[in-house]
Design a protein around this ligand. Structure first.
Ligand code: KG4
Ligand code: ZN
Length: 344
């Protein structure tokens, strides 16, 4: 079975083709991506209307590139999957509209995928796929969640952010330091040259006793520190970046460890854009090694948004029998859609 996947929830257009055979794990045949980062950079953040228009421009050429890479004809595609939500409504509608149009033209069924489930299952595309059950740390630009995952479609929320997401904390802090958009990669790059102990920043909810996160206060503390530095900020940016990163990473690692202890599981899966962060990976690896826990990451390039994870999630949902593809072609999208209510 060949599943074509289309991702268009935010600022990346991703298309990919996954092949599923029997009980085996589906494999990635081809994928292509266009990032809109450069286009949005001039505005310091994602402009939804521009994002939608660019998805329209990119999605068909990317689809053609994927098919020719895999040497597959469009008629050989069995299911067309797309990101149904959460995300920007207009951007989601592009992927959903194109997927449904392709499905209708080919007389093939379509399937809407939850974007976060795509991230969650993306490590299954790697060379070292995890086994169920596991604890998942999902850290993206819009979400920070800890989950217990017992199988495809069996997700129990253990804790989540009560305000900003981890990626948002990276992005907003980076903006305050004049590092542009998206701030996460830029901040982590400059943090390599700084002292993580240079500034005392809060570790919100570190000792809260639950598995929730809060990053809004940290951003405010970074802003206060940046203002205090004033004209000295450029000379101290690396130190402030390193201190900010250390605060975010310490909380993410501590809560992941707590989730592993509380659940008694010995496997951790890290997914979402912030999962690309080197400091986070190093410290999670060290903490998990001490506990005898195995950590699985998606391939670095598949940490951020992509079509492969959408095709993979669709193939795994079909394989596990938790969802069927259909020919309704309603292309309804869900800009707000908690992962816990995925069956609805
Ligand atoms: O998963 P993703 O591509 O999009 C969402 O679904 O939100 O995540 C994007 C987020 C952004 O906030 C970006 O700054 C952050 O991931 N990010 C990073 C790194 N690479 C991407 N944050 C810290 N360090 C990185 N290396
Ligand atoms: Zn994402």
């Amino acid at each position: 079975m060949l599943v074509l996947g289309i991702e268009s929830s935010c600022d990346e257009t991703g298309v990919a083709l996954v092949q599923a055979e029997g009980a085996q794990l589906p494999v990635l045949r081809a994928d292509a991506l266009h990032s809109q980062i450069e286009m949005h950079q001039a505005y310091g953040g994602v402009v939804p209307e521009l994002a939608s228009r660019d998805h329209i421009r990119r999605v068909l050429p990317l689809t053609e590139a994927v098919l020719s890479q895999a040497q597959i004809g469009l008629h050989e595609v069995d299911v067309v999957a797309y990101t149904r939500g959460p995300g920007l409504a207009g951007a989601l509608l592009v992927g959903a509209g194109v997927a449904c149009a392709l499905g209708a033209a080919l007389d093939k069924p379509v399937l809407g995928v939850h974007h976060l489930e795509g991230h969650l299952l993306s490590p299954f595309l790697g060379a070292d796929p995890p086994e169920f059950p596991f604890v998942a740390l999902l850290v993206s630009g819009g979400h920070s969640q800890l989950m217990r995952v017992d199988g495809v479609g069996r997700y129990l929320l253990l804790g989540e952010t009560i305000d900003d997401a981890a990626g948002e904390a990276f992005d907003k802090s980076a903006k305050l330091m004049g590092l542009g958009y998206p701030g996460g990669p830029a901040l982590s790059r400059i943090a390599q040259h700084g002292d993580p102990k240079a500034f005392k920043l809060p570790r919100p909810l570190l000792h809260s006793g639950d598995l929730n996160f809060s990053f809004a206060g940290l951003k405010t503390a970074v802003m206060t520190q940046a203002k205090k530095l004033g004209a000295q900020l450029p000379a101290r940016t690396a130190d402030l970046a390193a201190s900010t990163q250390a605060a975010i990473v310490e909380v993410l690692v501590a809560k992941s460890v707590a989730a592993l202890k509380a659940s008694g599981l010995d496997r951790l899966v890290v997914a979402g854009g912030v999962g690309a962060n080197t400091a986070l990976r190093e410290q999670l690896n060290a903490a998990c090694a001490r506990m005898g826990v195995r950590v699985h990451y998606p391939e670095l390039r598949l940490c951020t948004d992509n079509g492969a994870m959408i095709a993979m999630a669709a193939a795994m949902r079909l394989g596990a029998g938790v969802q069927t593809a259909n020919k309704a072609y309603a292309f309804d999208v869900k800009p707000r859609w908690p992962l816990a209510s995925i069956g609805e």
